[in-house]
Design a protein around this ligand. Sequence first.
Ligand code: CA
Length: 366
Amino acid sequence: MSALAIVDAGAATHTGNVRRTNEDSHLLAPPLFMVADGVGGARAGELASRMCAEAFAAADLDSGAGEQVLREAARAANRAIHERARTDGEAAGMGTTVVAALFDGRAGAAFAHVGDSRIYLLREGLLQRLSEDHSLVSELVQSGRLTEAEAERHPQRNVVTRVLGTEPDVVVDTFTIDLRASDLVLLCSDGLNTMVAETRIAELLAAEGTAQTAARRLVQAARQGGGEDNVTAVVFRVGSPVADRAAGGAEPAAEPQPPPPQRRRLGGRIRLAAAGVCLTGLVCAGVVGWLASNFVGADPATGRVAIYRGLPFDLPLGIHLYQLRYESPVAYALLPPARRVRLFDQRLRSSSGAYALLAALEREYP
Ligand code: CA
């Protein structure tokens, strides 16, 4: 096999249309790439993701095999963030996701991830997701309780079950794959994949242009799709160093092209119509179910198990069919995955049933 190389790479990030600060950080340092999505109050999320980027930037890339280098960098980031969160009151409870790639022309590319940021591979026009989210909805999908489509609009799709910084040590998922000439790899924060469908991500990655152009287009699409969260995309292309120069790997950057306006308006109308249909059906169900219905979930803001009144659905346009009723002192990250899946099964419960369930949980996890 002839040696491959990174022939093109680029990155783009944006605060989005709603948030006030950008808590994402990234690293574009071929052969090393990283995206981190920070969480935490005040400016702690920004700090956590920046500390993660610093830990990766300081990694010794020759200290071992690719996966080992990435795992050690993630664990070093975890220790640094956890220590800071423990000793600095303003940073208490902060954490960050991470996705990282380390390319080696002979051995392929090593990847590491923690949380719900994602790794995608575009090969011959086909987009594959290489990472499994460490999130509540992902656990529910894997256990068969939710479909992928239901997970996309689930009220608790933001609840991450594993991040760097909240515990003294962390389990880091790593893997290595062989890359081929013309493969494109995308690392992104969830501000991209929650706003842009994977079919559209594939189209934008496959379109003409440099990796930088692709990253900019993806971020722009996330903003056009609502931009409800910070969004970051890091893209790199693999090729044979000589052939790819001629094939367009190093062409000049073009301005990002917005999708055709007609298509965008149509998409908006379809979404609005779908919202209308959902709304009519769910309002009927809601009127019957609202007062009697409760479900057990997790509050993404505090990381604690909670009881919600209402129905476990979000509608388009930011309409919630539920409200927080009671928050338990039990942190959902403490519960084993199988237990979380049973607890967060989205069954509608009576008020007394929901409270009894949490009372038992609180006795078990005092
Ligand atoms: Ca995010």
